[in-house]
Structure formats: structure tokens, C-alpha cells
Design a protein around this ligand. Structure first.
Ligand code: IDP
Ligand code: MG
Length: 136
């Protein structure tokens, strides 16, 4: 059965800073993702804290929120069949060291914290995250 989904993708500050925006978008397009909406923004730390609230008890939460708000990011709504899972596969493991060949994090990730991209982890969270950034 068809399962056309949307998911939220973020090109994180480390990748925007290295001018990898075009290359990363090409990787999405080559895998058949449609970029429905996109914008380049910089968010406040308070917004990063809201976005990453699920991680608020983790030891890396404060650094993570500092980092996401440290420079410009590109937020995108991606659409494809099974977009959530397909995007997680294309991104690769959270730690670039563990990421498979051909994934974005393997190719461009620097470290577990500077891992170049974010992607929603479920269809439910995708809707929440899309609303968070594209609430018009
Ligand atoms: P994900 O981005 O692959 O979904 P999550 O577990 O949701 O990974 O963690 C969110 C983000 O928090 C990661 O992308 C990474 O930037 C950061 N992070 C996760 N685990 C660690 C850690 O152990 N140390 C530092 N940063 C981490
Ligand atoms: Mg996650």
C-alpha cells in the first residue's frame, strides 16, 4: 500500500557553515525526496530547547541547544513514500563513526554532536516538528 509521508529535515550549523547545503539537498533529491518547503534561519536557544525538549534530561542537552542555535540552519519538509524511515536511512547513524557508506553523516558528519543533519524519528514527531517550523 502507498504511504506517502512528510518528514522534517534540518541541515545543521556545521554543514551550513561548510557550504554543504547544495550537496546535501542533491543527496535527498537523488533518493527521490521532494523538498516541499525550505528556509534558512537562525533560531534562539529558547527555540532549540523547545525543539529538543525530549532530550532535556540528557547530559548533552545544553550543548545540543547551544549548538543548534549557534548559526544558520536549513529546515525542510521532505516528501516521499515512507519518508521518515527513508530519511533516517539516508542520514545514517547518529554517530558518524557508526554510519554506513553512502549516508549523509558518513560523508559529511564530523562528530556525534556535529553530525550535519536532523531527521524526524516517527511520523507522529514529523508532524509536530513540521508544525514547529512551518506553522502557517
Ligand atoms: P538523532 O539525531 O540521530 O535522532 P538523537 O538521539 O535524537 O539522535 O539525538 C539528537 C542529537 O543530539 C543528535 O543528532 C546529536 O547531535 C546529539 N547527541 C546525541 N547523543 C549525543 C551524545 O552522546 N553526545 C553529544 N551529542 C549527542
Ligand atoms: Mg532524534
Amino acid at each position: 500500500m502507498s504511504n506517502l509521508e512528510q518528514t522534517l529535515s534540518i541541515i545543521k550549523p556545521d554543514a551550513v557553515e561548510r557550504n554543504l547545503e547544495v550537496e546535501i539537498k542533491e543527496m535527498f533529491k537523488n533518493k527521490g525526496f521532494q523538498i516541499l518547503k525550505e528556509k534558512k534561519i537562525q533560531i534562539e536557544k529558547s527555540e532549540a530547547e523547545k525543539f529538543y525538549k525530549v532530550h532535556e534530561t540528557k547530559p548533552f542537552y545544553n550543548d545540543l541547544c547551544d549548538y543548534l542555535s549557534s548559526g544558520p540552519i536549513v529546515v525542510m519538509i521532505l516528501q516521499k513514500e515512507n519518508a521518515v524511515k527513508e530519511n533516517r536511512e539516508l542520514m545514517g547513524a547518529t554517530n558518524p563513526k557508526d554510519a554506513d557508506d553512502g549516508t549523509i553523516r558518513k560523508k559529511y558528519g564530523i562528530s556525534i554532536d556535529k553530525n550535519s543533519v536532523h531527521g524526524s524519528d516517527s511520523a507522529y514527531n514529523a508532524q509536530i516538528e513540521i508544525q514547529f517550523f512551518f506553522n502557517d
